[in-house]
Ligand binder design. Sequence first.
Ligand code: SIN
Length: 561
Amino acid sequence: MSELPDADVTLDALPSDHLKMTASWEQERLFDVVVVGAGIAGLAFALRLPEQTRLALVTKGALGESNTRYAQGGLAAAVGEDDEPALHYEDTLIAGAGLCDPEAVRILVEQGPAAVDWLLAQGTAFDRDAASRLELGREGAHSRNRVLHAGGDATGFEIERALVARIRERHIATIFEHATALDLLVQDGRCAGIVMDHADTRFALRAGVTVLANGGCGQLWSVTSNPPAATGDGVAMAIRAGVTVADLEFTQFHPTVLALPGGAPFLISEAVRGEGAYLRNRAGERFMVGQHPLAELAPRDVVARAIQAQMVPDGQPSVWLDLRHLDPAEMERRFPTIARHLAAQGLSLTRDLLPVAPAAHYFMGGIDAGTDGTTSLPGLLAIGEVSCTGVHGANRLASNSLLEGLVFGLSAADRLDSVAPPATGISPARDGHRLPALPDEETHALRTELQAIMSRDVSVVRDHASLDDAEHRLREIAERIAGRAIRSVPAIELRNMALLALAMTISARNRRESRGGHYRSDYPATDPALDGMHQFVLPGNRRVFRSLAIGRQVADTAVVP
Ligand code: SIN
C-alpha cells in the first residue's frame, strides 16, 4: 500500500474560542433521553422508545419543519416483486465509489422493507397503483424501480406529517420548538446532555442519553436544496466536544436544482429524470448520452460534473431539463409540487425547457457512528445525515437518505439497552467579563462571504490552490468571530458554519484523489490505496486515513485517557 497522507494538518491554528464549548446557562431540566432534530431519524427514534422514557425533543423550527419535509423523490427500499435487498446492496456500493461500509449497507437494505412496514403502520400514505400496490419510481443508479413516493413528489412532507401526528397523539415527549442546541455537555468522559438556546434563555438539558439527529449543512454553500436551518450544527458541536468525525470532504451536489436568474433555488427531483426527462446543453444536445451507460440516470456526482463542464466554458448559468416528449397529464400527476412551483414562476413543467444547475444537497461525512448510533463519546448517539456510518460511501444513492434516517433511527432505539441516569453536579461556569456580541449585519455579511468562498472553492470541482485559498479566507472569518459573544441564533449558526467549513476544506485538501462527491482536478483519478479508507478527524483534530474498523479503534484509544 502506498504512503497515506496521515495528516499533521490540524485546526490548532484556529482561535481557541472556536473549539471552546458553551459552559453557562440559566435553567436546567432533567430527562432520560434528549433528541436534537425532528426529521425522519429523530422522530423514528423517539417513537420507538419505551413509552415511559422521559424524553425531550429539541427542534430548531416548528415541529414538522425539517430537511425531511423537503424530500421529493422518495424513500428507496427493495419492496418490488422484481427486487431484492441484494440488488439494492449492489447499487448502493457502486454509487458509493469504493468507500461504503458493506456491513452498514447490508443492514440498511435488509431492514428497509420492515422499516417501510413500520412507516405504513404510523399512517404514512405512500402512492399506490390501481391494484393498490405501492407505486415504485426510478432514480439515478438504481437497477430497479424501488423508490416509494407520496403525493407524487411530496414524499418527505407526508412522512413528516404522519410522524409528527403520532408524536403529538402519543404525548411522548416534552417538545422544545424554535430551540437551538449550542453545545454538548460533557462530564467525566460521558455526554451529559446539551446546552440549548430557547426563548432567549440558555438551558442545560441533562440526560443519560443524548441523540444528535440534526441533519446536514447545505447552507455552507450559496446555492442549496436545503432549508435555511441546515447549518451543520451537530457536526460542529461534535468537533468542539472532541467527538470523532469522518469523511468531511464528501458532499453531494444535486444535479438539477432550478436555476432562474435571481430566483430562489428549488429542487427538481431526480425522479423526473427517472420518468424519462432529458438533460440538454445550449446546442440542444443530450450531453449525458455517451458519457455514462445510464445517461441522465448516472450517479449524481457524474451528472453534476457533466453539467458543470457544460456550464463553465462559456459561463452559462444552467443547462436545461426537457420533459416535452413525456405525457403531460402523467407528469402533472407524478410531480404536482414541482409543477405548481414552476407555474408560479411562469414556467410549464412539460412545455418549457427548465433551467437547472447543481446545488449542495447532502453531506456524506459527519459524526463517526455505528449502525446503532454509537459514537466515540459514551452517552452520545448520532443518526441520520449528521452521522457518518459509512453507508453512503463517497456518494449517496438517490433516496437512500430517508431510508437511512428511518432504519438507523429505529435500530438505534431498539439497541439502546440501558439509559444511564442523567449526571448531576455540573454547574454552569460563571460568566466572567461580558464579551461584545457579534452584530446582526456583520453576522449576515460573514455568512454570505463564507457561502461564496465554499461555492467558488470547495464545490463540485476543487484543487489544491482553491482549497488553500478557501482555508486562508475561512480563517479570516473565524478570526473575526473569535472573542465575540455568540448570543443570537444567526451567530450560533455562523460559528458552526465557520468551524465545519474549515474542517471540511482541510479534509478535502488532505484527500489527494477523486472519488464520488470529492473531485480534485489536480488528482482526477481514484487512488486504489484509498479504497475503503475513511479520513477520521480525532480529538485534538489529528487526522488519519484508516479503514472503518481500524479507524474506530484508533478513535477509541484516542478518547479513553
Ligand atoms: C430527489 O428527489 O431528487 C432527491 C432525493 C434524494 O436526495 O435522495
